[in-house]
Design a protein around this ligand. Sequence first.
Ligand SMILES: [Ca+2]
Ligand SMILES: [Ca+2]
Length: 300
Amino acid sequence: MMKNLKLITLLIALFMLYVQCEQESIDSKNSESIILNEEILGDKTDILNTVNESILAKNYQNRDAVEFVYTGQLCGLNITGMYVDATAYQSLHHYFFNGNEGDIISIYVPRTTIGFDSAFTLYFGTIDTELLYVASSDDVIADTFGGCFSDPYIGDFTLPYSGTYTLVIHEAAHCGYPMGYEIITTGINCNDADFDGCLNEEDPYPNSIMTETIIIDGIDTGVENKFKNCGTMADEIQDIINQINDQYTGDNYYILHKKLSSEVSKLTYYWYKDRKITSKERTTIGNAIWKSNIPYSIRS
Ligand SMILES: [Ca+2]
Ligand SMILES: [Ca+2]
């Protein structure tokens, strides 16, 4: 009995020793690979940061005033692209899409040729205005060619703002030419042009004027531009302006200007009755209409 107990104790001790050794070996393997990844990712992070700063400064490789152009729009269809020259940041490809705050999207940019270490950065804003960094990705999904590094992907990403986004496709640390890629997205479409939440086909004003206040021919009335049923008050005024402009022949300005004033007055009367605006605001809109140079100034 005593002998058996000793044997069991010995076996347990041996087993404990074995587990401990195995654990150490796993730990050392993990730490080795972590160090390796950190070395690579450390270098690539620097590259990506430089690209990011260059884009935000709109100054690639310290060359000022680089012409930014859009390569295309993302509408939910897969897009393929090819780099001509990856040695210059000028070759970065810019795409845009419209999205609403809260939209859940995914973006995957697999390489279509072995040498392209594709990466992307997502910004809110357009290349003509201001860009705000939103997200980026580089090495997430292994490529099907067994090429260098991996391909970028973000999934279940919630858009933080409503408006236009710019996706910049670039390379991180490429390993040869040619450099082809494909853009595969979910959650992005072009069915809501003014991104007011109403699909184009159901939107009586698919390109709603979404300004904070009602602006008439450059005159800011300061009156809140309220939104209802997919359209804004500015949309309704613009409808009248468009009709007036359509009737302009070049020599009926005063007749049409008066007509505009009376049509808008009818509209604002309904708004006033519906308590959308005060009588003072109604007067302000009327004054702006009278001061405007309409017909003629056509809002495209
Ligand atoms: Ca819409
Ligand atoms: Ca609309």
